[in-house]
Design a protein around this ligand. Structure first.
Ligand code: 6MZ
Length: 368
């Protein structure tokens, strides 16, 4: 009972999610349902997929094999729309008030899918959300901006219809070529009015070269897009140095840094997206008490707790806050302020930041 009450508090706390991959955040039930359908059509062997989905411990290598499998199941316009809708509704249900959702635009000629039509299916999913109001920063989708004080108050009580700010990040997969990465950046530029705020570099960290993506990332930055990089998921000092020299808006993970890299990161004050469960499950960090969260937190380095892949790692953002609180001995007030502070690192404009600060301010007076 005590535990249940406690979890309710963490769920009701407003939170900001800045590192969530669409295809890693699918509900298990949806993935199983979709796989069963494909199994019945004979396109896949359902039991193989079921085993991979329900398996709990996965090495980093196995995670990327699972993503290939997930993509076979989900790369279809209608399904992309469905999973986007569900993922946003799930984050909103646990009081995520601002979500940056990232996904890799995919092309699949055999079903007439282009990177653009893939992203249109994502936007369609955002429009289909009906448990919560979605603000994409565009006048036709944002029903109520700026927020009135009663709307802010409603964001924090469980009864009224809530609002979630969603911004999209388009991911470059490390398997892509320079030309393909450039195509994604150009697509992002065309979709800015639909909530696209930036570019992410992700994918299997042992694949691909930094130099391949640099031209597209440079172009993205010149054009005013924000950039976050998966950095140091595996030891690769040369690449980590080059990435930090690039001065991205944020980085994700930072698991395999040496002393020199920590020094550089801290002096540049680049915010770090911390994904505790993901790092432990994939064994990029050997034990949670050795996680760099502690050092960065104590150094007052900008950090934000994130989920990475709630579906693949069976976690939630509230769960990540509980895990950090219990592991590192940080009380509710400190964790609340950590969540509040994340407002400063979002890739949306100052108007949104101001509204989010007000939401946290208002919630601070209600939650004790
Ligand atoms: C690196 C990751 C990742 O884009 O198809 N992705 N890349 N490290 C991780 N940590 C475990 N988790 C997810 O979502 C799935 C894709 O996101 C990236 C991979 O490229 C994966 O294929 P989308 O929506």
């Amino acid at each position: 009972m005590e535990k249940q009450i406690d979890m309710d508090w963490w769920v009701s706390m407003p939170k900001i999610e800045l590192h969530a991959h669409l295809n890693g955040s699918i509900r298990d039930s949806t993935l199983l349902e979709l796989s069963r359908d494909l199994g019945e059509k004979g396109s896949i062997v359902f039991s193989d997929v079921e085993h991979a989905i329900l398996k709990n411990d996965r090495s980093l290598h196995e995670v990327f094999k699972l993503f290939d499998l997930i993509h076979v199941v989900t790369t279809d316009h209608k399904i992309v729309t469905r999973i986007t809708k569900e993922v946003v509704e799930d984050f909103a249900a646990e009081n995520v008030v601002y979500l940056e959702l990232r996904t890799t635009p995919k092309r699949n000629d055999s079903i007439g899918m282009s990177k653009r039509s893939y992203m249109e299916a994502v936007v369609e999913g955002l429009r289909a959300v009906n448990t919560v109001e979605v603000d994409l920063g565009s006048p036709n989708l944002s029903m109520e901006s700026p927020l009135t004080s009663s709307a802010i108050s409603n964001l924090c009580d469980g009864t009224a219809r809530k609002k979630i700010y969603v911004r999209l990040l388009l991911s470059l997969d490390r398997r892509e070529t320079t030309a393909s990465a450039m195509e994604t950046v150009k697509l992002a530029l065309k979709m800015r009015h639909l909530g696209v705020a930036g570019i992410d570099l992700s994918g299997n960290p042992i694949v691909g070269e930094w130099a391949t993506f640099l031209p597209a990332l440079q172009f993205a930055r010149e054009q005013g897009l924000s950039i976050t990089l998966h950095c140091g998921e595996v030891p690769n000092p040369e690449e980590i140095k080059a990435m930090l020299d690039f001065l991205p808006g944020r980085i994700g993970h930072a698991c395999c840094f040496g002393e020199e890299e920590w020094r550089k990161l801290k002096s540049c004050k680049i915010p770090v997206e911390i994904c505790l469960t993901s790092n432990i499950r994939t064994e990029t960090i050997s034990s949670i008490d050795l996680h760099h969260f502690v050092d960065l937190y104590n150094a007052q380095h900008p950090i934000v707790l994130c989920t990475d892949d709630v579906g693949v790692f069976s976690t939630t953002l509230s769960g990540e806050y509980v895990l950090a609180s219990s592991t590192f001995g940080l009380g509710r007030s400190k964790m609340f302020h950590l969540a509040w502070n994340a407002v400063e690192f979002i890739f949306a404009d100052d108007v949104v930041k101001k509204e989010l600060r007000q939401i946290f301010y208002s919630a601070a007076r209600k939650l004790d």
